[in-house]
Write a protein that binds this ligand. Sequence first.
Ligand SMILES: [Zn+2]
Ligand SMILES: [Zn+2]
Length: 256
Amino acid sequence: MEILFLGTCACDYSPKLKDQFKDKFDFDARRSSSALINENIVIDCGDHFQDEARIAGVDLSKVTDILITHLHGDHFRVKNVEYIASKAKRGVRLWVREDARLDEIEGVEIMRMKDGVTYDMGGNVSVTGLKANHDEIAFPQHLVLEQDGKKLLYALDGAWFLHSTYYWLKNKNLDLAVLDATCGDYVGDYRMGEHNSIPMIRLMLPSLKKWGTVNDDTKIYLSHLAPSLHKPHAETAAIVEKDGLKVAYDGLKVSI
Ligand SMILES: [Zn+2]
Ligand SMILES: [Zn+2]
């Protein structure tokens, strides 16, 4: 399985995206969080999706599925779903949490996911939505994708892990985990009930290892960074390397 990070930002976007970086990716001018799995599965398509797809050279005609973590505008815009559907060769399925308040979108089949239920997406890929600790009116869910025994957790947005999600993840020995790191390396941020900081992730890691959710071989990437709450990318990457963590950036491709 392969993940291409198309965007890794929280919603405080750099003004430089409009001019200096309008046609390229930059470590410190991140775009709205989005990812592409195996060329055909899009995770989230928020504010900057069309620019991200253009810059990364994504062939949208291959897209078959769009998985949505929640309905905040930095993750979901109807116009981008319509844009993908207009380019896709086959029909597009849009996967959301079971109770998500969403109108029909022309040419798009809406797939409603029950918490903790695993769905076969075809191509040996399955997806499971798990409850997330985030703004409830955006119908948040974390996503677990599995293919040929490989497991990937995409946990944006959300703080800590909710009880049922934590138990579902027990002994899953993830190959790759993408964690919310909206807030930087400091304590006392008020967003504790919706987003992680780096010290919160440091606290969670030993428990996640003891619980068998991750192990020493798990690739753990921080994403959804708010530039205003973080040091520059290179500094943050150097700081968290000591914790066994990596920092995602726009355009990064990782295989498991
Ligand atoms: Zn977000
Ligand atoms: Zn959000």
